[in-house]
Design a protein around this ligand. Structure first.
Ligand SMILES: [Zn+2]
Length: 161
């Protein structure tokens, strides 16, 4: 690709990068970084970004620990719902959603499971057998360090960093 600033041909390589989406920070292996050798302009992208977010979502909805505030926000945005829409879906008021996402109020384990089901159902993620729910949201939230890596086939896999 050509530099949008000076039209020089950019150098392209794959790097490990910190990524932030919907308040959630994770590490991406295999981000495509284009850098201009002349002016230093840089562009970072990934192939199959939907697949990357899906890998993160899949990891989160099968995690044993309850969802953290930033994970709740990430999944709500992954569902494509505004705070008000999400509040209406799960039967709480908008202020409650704000408190969950700011950490001012803990989301209870039942609501945590409901959010996971919404994610598994609304944007189907492989299989999410109902038995999964027995084991999720049973431990305290953690300051999770997540890493996603691209496979050669363009699919993504998430794991603890
Ligand atoms: Zn340039």
């Amino acid at each position: 690709m050509k530099c949008p600033q000076c039209r020089t041909k950019m150098d392209e390589k794959r790097e490990t990068r910190r990524w932030e989406e919907g308040g959630l920070v994770f590490t991406v292996e295999g981000a495509e970084v284009s850098r201009c050798p002349k002016c230093g302009e840089e562009a970072v992208g990934v192939t199959n970004i939907e697949g990357m977010y899906q890998a993160v979502a899949r990891y989160l909805i099968t995690a044993r620990e309850r969802l953290s505030p930033s994970e709740i926000r990430f999944l709500r945005k992954y569902l494509g719902l505004s705070g008000s829409d999400f509040a209406a879906h799960v039967g709480v008021d908008r202020a409650t959603v704000s408190r969950w996402e700011s950490g001012a109020q803990a989301m209870g384990p039942q609501m945590d499971r409901l959010l996971r089901l919404l994610v598994a159902h609304a944007k189907p993620i492989d299989e999410y057998p109902i038995e999964t729910l027995k084991d999720v949201a049973t431990a305290e939230p953690v300051d999770r360090r997540l890493r996603v890596a691209a496979s050669t086939r363009g699919s993504w896999e998430a794991r603890p960093s």
